[in-house]
Design a protein around this ligand. Structure first.
Ligand SMILES: Nc1ncnc2c1ncn2[C@@H]1O[C@H](COP(=O)(O)OP(=O)(O)OP(=O)(O)O)[C@@H](O)[C@H]1O
Ligand SMILES: [Mg+2]
Length: 264
């Protein structure tokens, strides 16, 4: 049994749009998986379903033997604790310090009622400090999140996700808001630490070069389906063409004038 098992996942949005057609994949502890595909391919939809933030129309998602799709609210809360999520736009609490933001990652482990008042014991504080240190931000621990640079913010978000001690790390375009050099550094930190900890990581990336540089495995999605699943070295022209090709039928329909200027 793999740590993460996804079977024939299908997502149809209320407006009838089928964002995921039938996605199946398995991934194990310690794998660093890059999910790539054109805009609108379904990458974020996939990650949101795995995070339990969105219920799929059909299919199964099993994490560590437990079905996320059918889990009740209480079990879902327990599963959530084991999944760290990193967003493109950081989602930090702006007026709190970097350190306090990382401590938020400990909330799921802190059963003390005092945690509601922001009290974390020595152990929780040590875990948070260690994670800040690993992303190279210990000296900014006391700085308010809204005064940090973009790269620093994302490092805090990574430290917060790691402070959860997750079994699964999900990152939706974690470096899309950073300049290329910073993107490389931050993704380098993220993948290095995930590897050290053996945390299964799925990250949506827009750039093939980043997927090649940092992932052990690449999953290419086109129009809601997996069209490539293999090592980065296997991403040849043909594979990239399958992942990024234009939507041929739609282009042909436009060329043939199937639609009028009035929209139908
Ligand atoms: N709530 C929604 N209702 C209807 N359609 C949606 C909804 N959310 C997403 N979609 C559509 O589903 C498809 C997949 O969206 P998704 O956000 O998963 O794509 P993506 O691969 O993450 O794209 P990007 O690279 O631009 O972030 C898109 O065509 C999008 O327009
Ligand atoms: Mg997206």
């Amino acid at each position: 049994m793999s740590l993460l098992e996804i079977d024939r996942l299908r997502v149809v949005y209320p407006n009838g749009h089928e964002a995921l057609r039938s996605v199946s994949l398995r991934a194990g502890r310690g794998e660093i998986v890059a999910v790539i595909g054109r805009s609108g391919a379904g990458k974020s939809t996939l990650l949101r379903c795995i995070a339990g933030l969105q219920r799929p129309t059909a299919g199964r998602i099993v994490l560590a033997g437990e079905d996320i799709v059918t889990a009740g609210p209480e079990r879902l809360q327990v599963i959530h604790r084991q999944v760290g999520f990193i967003w493109q736009e950081y989602h930090l609490v702006e007026r709190l310090s970097a350190f306090a933001n990382v401590l938020i990652g400990r909330l799921g482990h802190n059963s003390s009622p005092a945690s509601l008042l922001g009290y974390f014991n020595r152990h929780h504080r040590a875990v948070a400090a260690r994670q800040l240190e690993r992303v190279g931000l210990l000296e900014k621990a006391r700085q308010r999140a809204d005064r940090l640079s973009g790269g620093e913010k994302q490092r805090v978000a990574i430290a917060r996700a790691l402070a959860q001690e997750p079994v699964l790390l999900l990152a939706d375009e974690p470096v899309a808001s950073l300049d290329p050099e910073l993107a490389t550094q931050v993704l380098g930190d993220l993948s290095r630490i995930a590897r050290e900890d053996g945390v299964l990581t799925l990250m949506n990336l827009h750039q093939v070069a980043l997927a090649r540089a940092f992932a052990d495995r690449v999953v290419g999605i086109a129009r809601g389906e997996v069209v490539y699943d293999g090592p980065p070295q296997g991403l040849d022209t043909l594979a990239l063409e399958r992942i990024y090709r234009f939507d041929r039928p739609a282009v042909e329909a436009l060329e043939q004038g199937a639609e009028t200027a009035h929209g139908r």
